[in-house]
Design a protein around this ligand. Sequence first.
Ligand code: AMP
Length: 145
Amino acid sequence: MSLDGVYDSDNIFARIVRGEIPAVRIAEDQDTLAFMDAFPQSSGHCLVIHRTSRARNLLDVEPEALIAIMSTVQRVARAVKLALAPDGIVVTQFNGAPSGQTVFHLHVHIIPRWTGVALGRHGEGMADPKALGELAARIAARLNG
Ligand code: AMP
């Protein structure tokens, strides 16, 4: 998939929004949804998406939707800091397959990092859903500080 293309309304994140496939949810509001990455690169790796925008990437998203996404990214990243006490947090986002994008519904990664702990490879190794649920609950409990 190149940078240009048609939004596929059956992509996996659109299906998560519609509740057609499960996800370990952390936070949701009218505009956005935050959930655990099922193939995490670190413990606590999560994703933020817009619920209704049909943007595939940063280049085609409406500014209002981008503001909503990034506001949730900040809120969840703050909760990750409080819940998991990482030494750093990577916030990243890929545009087009050659950049590493595999799901073509705009999403932002929040990846906590600890000094001396190597990053896992992108999209490899499915996490235990129970462990993801416990992490999501810890993060969700700190959304309000
Ligand atoms: P990207 O490569 O930026 O498109 O990222 C897609 C991300 O979605 C990867 O980090 C995957 O691990 C993650 N992912 C793929 N399928 C699912 C799923 N069903 N639930 C949660 N995360 C997923």
